[in-house]
Design a protein around this ligand. Structure first.
Ligand code: MG
Length: 160
């Protein structure tokens, strides 16, 4: 078994769609970034890469590379899945937390979960996504940005 942890932050700005867990969430602002700035998927990818000792997403998908501009983070997640699979590793379970003051995310979490299950070929009972506020404290509380944390457990698969 290998454990991995990921953390990411993106700034909120007007004029961008809010993409979280591969789902477009209706909101007055979106996350700023080179890709679609999906903070949840970025934290999850860093957790997966960390568990596999593959570094981080900045090393694998550098944001100086124009091919990643505006790219779907779910697409990047599928590439991370391939990298991990090539090492004979599978995801046992994952648990993620989105930190955001607004909007209310609970209605969208089942859709996010569905997207992640599909890309990582995982059953529903091993994928957990949750959201919290920070009680109006700090940058997430002020609505300046969103953060996400992720932990994963990988295991070596006997079937490759
Ligand atoms: Mg990021």
């Amino acid at each position: 078994m290998r454990i991995g942890y990921g953390y990411d932050v993106h700034r909120l700005c007007p004029g961008r769609p809010l993409i979280l867990g591969g789902v477009e969430v209706p909101f007055e602002k979106g996350l700023d970034g080179h890709s679609d700035a999906d903070v949840l998927i970025h934290a999850l990818m860093d957790a997966l890469l960390g568990a596999a000792a593959l570094g981080d997403i900045g090393g694998i998908f550098p944001d100086s590379d124009p091919q990643y501009k505006g790219i779907s983070s779910l697409e990047l997640l599928s590439r991370v899945y391939i990298r991990i699979s090539e090492l004979g590793l599978k995801v046992w379970n994952l648990d993620c937390t989105i930190v955001a003051q607004a909007p209310i995310l609970s209605p969208h979490i089942p859709d996010m979960k569905e997207k992640i299950m599909e890309v990582l070929h995982m059953p529903a009972d091993r994928v957990n996504i949750k959201a919290t506020t920070e009680e109006r404290l700090g940058f997430t509380g002020a609505g300046e940005g969103m953060a996400a944390h992720a932990v994963v457990l990988l295991h070596e698969s006997s079937d490759g």
